[in-house]
Design a protein around this ligand. Sequence first.
Ligand SMILES: Cc1cc2nc3c(=O)[nH]c(=O)nc-3n(C[C@H](O)[C@H](O)[C@H](O)COP(=O)(O)O)c2cc1C
Length: 226
Amino acid sequence: MSDHELLGQREIVQKLVADAFPRGIQRDARSNMGAFPSMGAEMVEDIFQRRSSVRFFNRDDGVDFNDLKILLSDVALFEESIWGGGDPRLQLRAYVFPERISAGHMDSRCVYEFVADSATFASVGRLRSGMTKESMVLQKEFVDAAAILIWVAGLADAVDDYGSCAYKELLIRSGALAHFAWLKSLSLGYEGTVFAGILPKVLRQVCGIDGYRKNQMFAFALGKRA
Ligand SMILES: Cc1cc2nc3c(=O)[nH]c(=O)nc-3n(C[C@H](O)[C@H](O)[C@H](O)COP(=O)(O)O)c2cc1C
């Protein structure tokens, strides 16, 4: 890779990070990850320069429960730093479909909502018996992710208040949160992909996401590379 290409990459990442923190991120006790911009153990720019695309997740490796909490806490802080104090109807909820999360903290047949204030997970649904993980996604490689995170909006209420532009607003916000989660996961030593998400039928059956009152806006598959 030429110096010019490297410089271009660095500028892109710097712009991404600057765009992500227009007013600077507020950190508190919920995050133990040191001051921005390192975002974790490593500078995300350094990770970008050596990373390459991977398609498959490592089925033998998982995600540390504390890393998952750090990741989602920082996503919540990021959301708050940009849109905090705004209309709660435009707030997004983070749901987790765990597969391999360390130390038995999560049941892989359950779906959890992340409660940012207490950095805890509340069970919001359970896969029916006989329902396979393969039936949850269109792209089967995502079944091997250690966890799938999705962002859920109260779409009907938001549209009621703001009209159809609420949908656009929620798409923008969920896109930003998912991409922030991706950057954060890289800095924690993981891999992942933002993607369309869990299939609608499963969401409806498992946790009452009907696509209107509650709607999945975007998703992120997280794990270690194969
Ligand atoms: C809005 C949006 C939706 C995406 N949806 C998918 C998807 O459904 N499936 C998928 O494999 N990649 C999807 N991607 C692409 C991946 O996130 C990723 O950028 C791509 O796989 C390239 O990976 P790399 O960054 O490791 O090169 C989407 C990207 C964006 C921006």
